[in-house]
Design a protein around this ligand. Structure first.
Ligand SMILES: Nc1nc2c(ncn2[C@@H]2O[C@H](COP(=O)(O)OP(=O)(O)O)[C@@H](O)[C@H]2O)c(=O)[nH]1
Ligand SMILES: [Mg+2]
Length: 186
């Protein structure tokens, strides 16, 4: 029995991936997973039967309250995001951290961009020029800022070097006053 966990933001389609794979069912109505916590299915690999138990977070991902018990014994994780919702992709990093913190270090991770039927809502297209301008603008702005920051700190560093740090101090000539006798040894 191989245990695989489904993780990813709420609403990305984890429960439907599970129902599609284990029962060939899909539900367009958004219902959070309550009750069903895992389902099993056997598949053939290299002529052998491999039995998989797939766990679905019963809605806890909404409250970020998935406990380490969920990851215990998992040999695989399907990390799901929604191709039409950029934030769910940004949060992939958070889920990877969650796996690093709780799951076995040898866990096999697969990133799944779900809802590919919503390709018209995808964020970038060279064909219709959606976001192409923004993509280049964003990377070039980022590069420009990094480079100019580096130049600035290099300049600051060289400003601190001794040759650039010379300040002229005017020393007034000492007056020729008669020296006072002080502290004579008696
Ligand atoms: N268009 C589309 N909608 C999907 C797909 N997968 C899930 N959904 C819908 O997205 C919503 C959330 O799905 P659900 O499986 O409950 O997500 P979960 O919170 O990650 O378990 C539901 O309304 C689903 O019908 C998909 O591949 N395409
Ligand atoms: Mg669910």
């Amino acid at each position: 029995m191989h245990t695989v966990v489904l993780i990813g933001d709420s609403g990305v389609g984890k429960s439907n991936l599970l129902s599609r794979f284990t029962r060939n069912e899909f539900n367009l109505e958004s219902k959070s997973t309550i009750g069903v916590e895992f389902a099993t299915r056997s598949i053939q690999v290299d002529g052998k039967t491999v039995k998989a138990q797939i766990w679905d977070t019963a809605g806890q991902e909404r409250y970020r309250a998935i406990t380490s018990a969920y990851y215990r014994g998992a040999v695989g994780a399907l990390l799901v995001y929604d191709i039409a919702k950029h934030l769910t992709y940004e949060n992939v990093e958070r889920w990877l951290k969650e796996l690093r913190d709780h799951a076995d270090s040898n866990i096999v991770i697969m990133l799944v961009g779900n809802k590919s039927d919503l390709r018209h809502l995808r964020a970038t297209s060279a064909l219709d020029s959606t976001n192409v301008e923004t993509a280049f603008q964003t990377i070039l702005t980022e590069i420009y800022r990094i480079v100019s920051q580096k130049q600035m700190s290099e300049r600051q560093e060289s400003d601190m070097s001794p040759s650039n740090n010379v300040v002229n101090i005017q020393v007034q000539p000492t007056e020729n006053k008669p020296k006072m006798q002080c502290c004579q040894n008696i």
